[in-house]
Design a protein around this ligand. Structure first.
Ligand code: TAP
Length: 517
């Protein structure tokens, strides 16, 4: 297959270019989806060397969607060299910050124009319910690109009044500069959004990038690569390499010409990556890792809202959500009513084909994850927690897991301490009024990604917001993220921020220049 694309040039005008890349065509969601399945290096789609492929599986029916090229260490090296040329000598290094912003706005507009196709590809490959994929996976990705496109020409240094070397005078200024070639390694739960959260700030800062999507859900990243060509992003600025973490990801983390690595994934892999970054060339690193976020519900809350928000806090995106409310602490005086209501609502959730507009709960992303959820729930039962619904694989084709509710969960239990990353609600009771005790229990975890509290008492809410050791605190809401608000964890949930102005600093270095006159 060959696709004819109109390439819009960096500085205006356009040219028509025949691109020689293969396109996979799949009919789904009442439309024909087109996307590449090769590596994207230096503005071209190419096969891996040696030619190795991965199967991309549809979690709804377990069929193989297509084969995708799998990048080797040599492919990583080629991509890094292309990114280095683009950073040092290419058009990207010559255009102004404002022109860079125009390119990123154009990319966002193209993503918007292909919104339904992108969301359908995401849904097909990751099992995300289509309506959610459209709004969140793709919608928030587009907003992220627009938000950071707007930052390009607003990245500024400062003027600093230092002591003079008398009789002369001195002045110091700082400049914020891009770091160079950056590596990005992302997980499978929001494939396009995780790419966008990191890559938009990275490119807005003026860097070039070599990115590896998760091997189980790489298709939306490849469609995005095609759109970046259409937008006129110069060759080598964006390189996308589907592949295995152990090989492709590892080669990125260890590459001596990559100067910054942005990673989202599990804490255990984050530790390996941080070590590789240190050993290879002391690269700067930011880590967005796992979480076990506490949600505390007091008896003075708006109970309807607390039930609704707790449900979405746990079951949003089938629980494959890093800030998912991993553990609920419910005031003992409302515990039974709360539990009764969430169980009733959970049983009503409509599970099924992600493309069906009435579906609320899609299949888990891949088989190994589904198996882990089965194991997680079996451990909960074995340790004596009370299983109120779900707890097992659904009796149907596809990687479907029943939405699950556990209560009577005690602090020492595995399910109280570890992340499930799936649709599993874990409820514990706390004694009415004992705020400090419940804060202590909520903080008794090595994770510190997010947290939430439901109460009408503003003093109590602010007190908890101060005492909770987590990067995000939601008060009387949950999952309310925004492209302008910094996002990232404390403790073993990692460090460094995605989104907001803070994310730009992750991809910038500060140069200090001192004059004497
Ligand atoms: P991981 O297994 O950690 O994988 C994340 C990425 O790292 C994948 O692309 C993976 O490649 C790659 N990788 C694996 N081993 C590597 C190595 N040795 N060197 C370099 N790269 C390597 O996580 P996951 O299972 O995809 O995602 C689930 C985890 O991500 C959960 O713990 C969740 O909390 C966390 N998460 C956190 C956030 C934030 S913002 N904090 C957001 C989403 C997810 P493969 O594709 O080959 O596995």
């Amino acid at each position: 297959d060959f696709a004819q694309l109109v390439i819009t040039k960096c500085r205006g005008g356009s040219e028509t270019k025949k691109l020689m890349h293969k396109s996979i065509d799949v009919f789904a969601n009442n439309m024909t989806l087109h996307f590449p399945n090769q590596l994207f290096i230096n503005g071209e789609f190419v096969d891996a060397v040696p030619n190795t492929t991965l199967d991309s599986i549809n979690p709804h029916d377990e069929s193989v969607i297509c084969k995708v090229q799998c990048a080797s260490k040599d492919d990583v090296n080629k991509a890094v060299q292309a990114a280095k040329r683009a950073f040092e000598d290419g058009e990207w290094s010559k255009i102004s910050a404002r022109e860079r912003g125009h390119l990123l706005f154009r990319l966002a507009d193209l993503m918007d124009a292909h919104r339904e196709e992108l969301a359908s590809i995401e849904s097909l490959d990751s099992g995300a319910v289509y309506t959610l994929a459209l709004k969140t996976h793709v919608g928030m990705s587009i907003e992220t690109w627009r938000y950071f496109a707007g930052w390009c020409d607003k990245i500024q240094g400062s003027t600093i009044p230092i002591s003079h070397a008398r009789p002369n005078r001195n002045l110091t200024i700082t400049k914020k500069e891009p770091i160079g070639v950056c590596g990005l390694v992302t997980p499978w739960n929001y494939p396009l959004m995780m790419l966008s959260w990191k890559m938009a700030s990275c490119l807005a800062a003026g860097n070039t990038v070599v990115m590896k999507p998760a091997q189980v859900s790489p298709l939306s990243a490849l469609k995005f690569a095609e759109l970046s060509l259409l937008a006129g992003i110069p060759p080598g600025v964006i390189n996308i390499l589907p592949g295995k973490g152990s090989e492709t990801g590892n080669a990125i983390a260890n590459h001596p010409d990559i100067r910054k690595l942005g990673f989202t994934g599990s804490t255990s892999v984050g530790q390996v990556i941080m070590r590789s970054c240190a050993d290879s060339n002391v690269k700067k690193v930011s880590l967005e890792l796992g979480g076990k976020s506490p949600l505390i519900i007091f008896n003075d809350c708006d109970l309807d809202r607390a039930v609704r928000m707790a449900m979405s806090g746990v079951f949003f995106n089938k629980g494959e959500n890093c800030i998912a409310a991993g553990r609920l602490f419910v005031d003992s005086s409302i515990h039974d009513e709360f539990v009764e209501r969430v169980v009733k609502e959970t049983k009503k959730m409509v599970m099924g084909d992600p493309f069906n507009r009435s579906t609320e709960h899609g299949p888990q992303n891949h088989k190994a994850h589904l198996d882990k959820l089965v194991e997680f729930c079996n451990l909960g039962i074995k340790e004596g927690a009370t299983l109120l619904c779900g707890g097992k694989r659904a009796d149907r084709k596809g990687f479907y897991f029943q939405p699950t509710v556990f209560t009577d969960v005690e602090d020492h239990m595995y399910i109280a301490q570890e992340e499930s990353f799936g649709p599993v609600m874990v409820i514990s009771k706390f004694a009415s009024g004992n705020v400090d005790a419940v804060i202590k229990r909520a903080n008794n975890t090595e994770y510190g990604l997010a947290s939430g509290v439901f109460t009408r008492d503003i003093n109590r809410a602010l007190y908890i917001a101060e005492k909770i050791d987590a990067g995000t605190v939601f008060i009387n809401t949950y999952n309310k993220t925004d492209v302008a608000a910094p996002f990232g964890g404390f403790k073993q949930s990692g460090f460094g921020k995605d989104l907001g102005k803070a994310a730009l600093d992750e991809y910038l270095k500060t140069k200090c220049i001192t004059f004497e006159y």
